[in-house]
Design a protein around this ligand. Structure first.
Ligand code: SAM
Length: 288
């Protein structure tokens, strides 16, 4: 490993933080690489408050949205690319470290054979549920114990596309900052406010919420197209992949709706059902 002073020029009006260091790392046993790799585990993400975002597009999305970057790992061989080198200079100017890594190091960090040329280590950011309450016509999505990282990533991406004001993770949910989830969001993790709450905290929020709370349920008596979601602020509650909506949460809803099905499938995939519900609930707001 070699340390040297950064070469990137600091853009005007940047915070006064000192520029980050530039390090060249070729060995997968380097302690910095080990620490970054460890962010693949939830325990380590929880301890450090850090997570990984893979790919130049995601890194730029995050920086543009003002997320705090700690370290940017780039493929040394790809640094001749203009966008990558500009992003590297921007990162160092913002006070984060730049690691110029060998292909082997990038493979080890991303656990992939054909790794992306950039991986950012970002500081996690969560919102408070009481700050995410939707205004009239707005929609908040609440997920009861979502377990599948791909489902959660897809839902965050869909929520972003439809202009949802936030996603609440209720109870024991999969980690939104897991690499697989972040990948599936395609950058929307940086755009949609996310809150993590217990069921009791959600019920407390619900007790003061004046809008419509619509739950989705396989036993729902109401067609999902019936409620007027746009008339007041709305919360959409989606159930767990295996168990559906908990009886306590179902009892807290104003209405339980169902998406009609015709074939043999017991139910829809959670992310698909959430997509259908979000676009129905946002239909008026999304009229082109
Ligand atoms: N075995 C579970 C049950 O009986 O509730 C199935 C859960 S389903 C895979 C996961 C979640 O997706 C459900 O809790 C619900 O929120 C939503 N969902 C799936 N299909 C649905 C449908 N046809 N109508 C309404 N919601 C649906």
């Amino acid at each position: 490993m070699t340390d040297r002073a950064p070469t990137g020029a600091r853009p005007p009006h940047q915070p006064t933080k000192a520029p980050g260091r530039v390090k060249e790392i070729a060995s997968v046993s380097n302690p910095i690489v080990k620490d970054i790799r460890a962010l693949g585990q939830k325990k380590h993400r929880d301890e450090t408050g850090l997570f990984l975002a893979e790919g130049l597009k995601l890194v730029i999305d995050a920086l543009d949205a003002g997320w705090e970057i700690e370290t940017l790992v780039v493929g040394k061989a790809a640094l001749s690319g203009e966008l990558l080198s500009r992003t590297a200079a921007r990162t160092v100017a913002a006070g984060a470290d730049l690691v110029e890594a060998s292909a082997k190091v990038l493979e080890a960090i991303t656990r992939r054979d054909n790794p992306q040329s950039a991986v950012g280590v970002f500081r996690r950011r969560l919102s408070r549920l009481d700050r995410m309450a939707p205004a009239a016509g707005g929609l908040l999505v609440a997920l009861d114990r979502v377990r599948d990282p791909g489902n959660l990533g897809t839902i965050l991406r869909t929520a972003d596309a439809a202009g949802v004001c936030g996603v609440a993770l209720v109870g024991e949910c999969t980690d939104p900052f897991a690499l697989e989830t972040v990948r599936a969001t395609m950058g929307s993790i940086f755009a949609v406010p996310i809150a993590r709450v217990t069921e009791a905290e959600f019920l407390n929020f619900r007790s003061t919420f004046k809008g419509l709370v619509a739950g989705t349920h396989m036993e729902g008596a109401v067609d999902y197209r019936t409620p007027d979601y746009g008339a007041r602020p709305a919360v959409l509650l989606m159930g767990n992949e295996q168990a559906g909506l908990s009886p306590t949460l179902a009892a807290a809803c104003d209405t339980l709706v169902r998406i009609p099905q015709a074939g043999r499938a017991d139910s829809l995939n959670l992310a698909v059902a959430t997509g259908i519900m979000i676009f129905e609930a946002r239909r008026k707001a999304l009229t082109l």
